[in-house]
Design a protein around this ligand. Structure first.
Ligand code: MG
Length: 381
């Protein structure tokens, strides 16, 4: 169980909720890292008094160093600083809630440093795939999912450690703010429309991924790596209420699901306290008050990102990393008002013919294809 925590991505949505869990459970926060939010990380440093803290942005780190000169916290900077936090000797657990591919190297660093890894950074597994899983096996490191769906699957698999008789994973999707809309209706939606998620309060990147349903495609790939299943054994179902967080189906057609209010502090806490459970700040689920739960087949023609991800993981190799890199760039372009909503899927799909076929790959290959994919998407603006 976690006692000393290193939290990467501490100023984001998962980061601040993780600190809420740490506060309530009385964990010692040893290391914090963020991208550039000086004001927020300063508050966190003053409250949690970590030994070290890092900001990716060099300028922001300089500013932070001056602001917290009166504290005992050592300030680091750059990607190297984040990796130092990931390997920090006094931490037993690393919770990686970095957004995007930038989380991959800190993840590998934490694994090589033999930390227990609570993983909220799905892009780590999408882009890193076999690299990450093989490293964790080699170093005998546990990866505990924080993503709510994967936590639900992990919870439904308890008592069945080798995934025996596991037939299928049922991955639930909220459907996002544009559920039920046609492609024609999505032509003119705005960034603000896309940022209105019906159930979950999350950061901007993942909220847009949720609107395109790219998030579900990425989670399909994440599930394949985390649970060692075939892509065709992951079934996606739209569940508007976000109460059933996902389920597993066994060979006897028994389905075991995990339910709860849509609040990330349950999966965050479970990843940190596993295999124990404790009371949490999240409210009780009142099924009778809910009345009904609904389920639908996804609209694959309108939300094409799911199929693009399925194709990427079917092809294997560097395809998922390429698709992820293209999506990170297209998602950003959309948020900056440079491209339309439907252009995101178009740009991500366009990368597929240009991905080199390579079943065995290194970290450098992944970083290279990620860079290529981003440039490719930029060029088509
Ligand atoms: Mg999720």
């Amino acid at each position: 169980m976690t006692k000393n925590l290193s939290l990467l991505g501490s100023t984001g949505s998962i980061g601040t909720q993780s600190l809420d869990v740490a506060r309530k459970r009385g964990y010692r926060v040893r290391a914090l890292s963020a991208f550039s939010n000086v004001k927020k990380i300063e508050e966190q440093i003053r409250e949690f008094k970590p030994d070290v803290a890092a900001l990716v942005s060099e300028d922001a780190a300089k500013d932070l160093k001056v602001r917290v000169a009166d504290t005992g916290t050592k300030i680091l900077s750059g990607k190297e600083g984040v990796c130092e936090c990931a390997a920090y000797e006094k931490a037993d657990t690393v919770l990686n809630s970095v957004v995007g591919m930038a989380g991959l190297e800190p993840t590998l660093t934490a694994i090589h440093a033999h930390k227990k890894l609570a993983l909220a950074n799905k892009e780590t597994l999408v882009a890193g795939g076999r690299l990450v899983i093989d490293a964790a096996k080699r170093e005998n490191v546990d990866i505990l999912p924080v993503d709510s769906e994967h936590s639900a699957i992990f919870q439904a698999l308890q008592g069945n450690p080798s995934n025996k008789a596991l037939k299928k994973i049922i991955l639930t999707a909220s459907g996002g703010p544009f559920f039920g809309r046609t492609a024609k209706e999505l032509e003119s939606v705005t960034v603000n429309d896309a940022l209105k998620h019906p159930n979950w309060s999350m950061g901007a990147k993942i909220t847009v991924d949720s609107a395109t349903m790219m998030n579900k495609g990425l989670e399909l790939i994440e599930a394949v790596w985390l649970f060692g299943v075939k892509p065709q054994d992951v079934k996606i179902v739209v569940h508007r209420e976000s109460v059933v967080h996902s389920a597993v189906e066994y060979d006897d057609n028994s389905v075991i699901a995990q339910l709860g209010l849509p609040d990330m502090r349950i999966p965050i806490q479970y990843a940190l306290t596993y295999p124990e459970r404790y009371e949490s700040p999240v409210g009780e689920l009142d099924l009778a008050a809910l009345g009904k739960l609904t389920f639908f087949e996804p609209d694959y023609d309108t939300f094409r990102c799911i199929n693009i991800c399925r194709e990427a993981i079917d092809r294997g190799g560097l395809y998922p990393a390429a698709v992820n890199g293209a999506n990170e760039q297209a998602n950003l372009l959309f948020r900056n008002g440079k491209i339309g909503f439907l252009d995101i899927a178009k740009r991500v799909e366009a990368i597929l013919p240009y991905v080199p076929k390579k079943d065995v790959y290194t970290l450098d290959d992944v970083l290279e294809i990620d860079r290529f994919a981003r440039e490719f998407v930029m060029k088509s603006v």
